[in-house]
Design a protein around this ligand. Structure first.
Ligand SMILES: Nc1ncnc2c1ncn2[C@@H]1O[C@H](COP(=O)(O)OP(=O)(O)OP(=O)(O)O)[C@@H](O)[C@H]1O
Ligand SMILES: [Mg+2]
Length: 261
């Protein structure tokens, strides 16, 4: 029998009640993440990507549908995933090292053990010497790395990243993509990654889910055909360029359908 996927969203729907009455945001979201898989969700602004994350994290209840983790129904349960928000969200009064170990500390890992691991990883991501510094003294890109390490080292198996690079300038963003690719290929955690950026999704992922406009469904599930380890040179290869173009056209068509409605 095939192993159950780590995360499995089954026919999730979500409506919000607002001033203008009930609004359906998610119409049917069914997707899964296998152990060690990197999965991206790409969709237009406002289609409900963050809402999907909040449902996976148990902080927003779905209107219908179920969230399974490791084959168990965990709909509405909190503390099951590791989460990196769009802004780094470090605690300004904690040192870099103490920010990295926060999730481990909360889950009962011994502080000494967590600190040793944090130091080791900070060095690996080029932040040696910053262990005792405070977040305000680091650049935006450095803070993102700290926030990412916190998510990476937390004990939950699934890491959810909600547009982690959107606040960065283009060059820093490219650096971070390259960096994430290398770290992930060594460490192979299970990742659910949200982005607007098709190129970023294709470069990093094993599977990409393309979402429609509201009420949101999965338009297409793409198994990314490129071998690993990947380098960022991949983005100029013909097969990559044509796949990116094809997805881009499909998203443009979806946008014009929306405007025609
Ligand atoms: N708590 C809430 N109450 C009412 N409506 C909400 C709530 N949270 C989100 N929405 C609505 O649901 C829709 C989807 O929001 P969401 O933040 O999930 O989109 P998104 O795809 O993450 O957008 P973006 O790409 O801009 O980050 C929006 O129309 C938003 O107004
Ligand atoms: Mg969002």
């Amino acid at each position: 029998m095939a192993e159950a996927p780590l995360l499995n969203l089954q026919q999730i729907t979500k409506s919000y009640r607002g001033g203008a009455g009930e609004q359906q945001v998610l119409a049917d979201i069914t997707l899964s993440v296998r152990k060690g898989e990197f999965v991206s969700v790409v969709g237009p602004s406002g289609c409900g990507k963050s809402t999907i994350f909040h449902i996976v994290g148990g902080v927003v209840p779905p209107t219908s549908g179920r969230v399974f983790l490791d084959g168990e129904d965990k709909t509405g349960a909190r503390g099951q995933i590791s989460y990196m928000p769009q802004q780094a969200a470090l605690f300004p009064w904690r040192t870099i090292e103490d920010n990295v170990i926060l999730a481990q500390e909360l889950s009962g890992v011994k502080k000494r053990e967590a600190r040793a691991k944090a130091r080791d990883w900070l060095a690996r991501v080029g932040l040696e010497g910053y262990e005792k510094a405070y977040p305000a003294t680091l650049s935006g890109g450095m803070q993102q790395r700290v926030s990412f390490l916190r998510a990476l080292l937390s004990p939950q198996e699934l890491i959810c990243l909600d547009e982690p690079f959107s606040a960065l300038d283009a060059l820093t963003r490219q650096d971070m993509q390259r960096w994430l690719l290398t770290i992930w290929e060594q460490y192979r955690r299970s990742v659910l990654f949200i982005t607007h950026n098709i190129e970023e999704a294709l470069l990093l992922s094993d599977t990409v889910y393309l979402l429609s406009n509201k009420p949101t469904k999965v338009l297409r599930q793409i198994e990314v055909p490129f071998a690993r380890p990947r380098s960022d040179k991949l983005i100029s290869e013909p097969l990559f360029v044509s796949l990116r173009q094809e997805i881009y056209e499909q998203m443009k068509e979806e946008q014009s359908l929306q405007r025609g409605r």
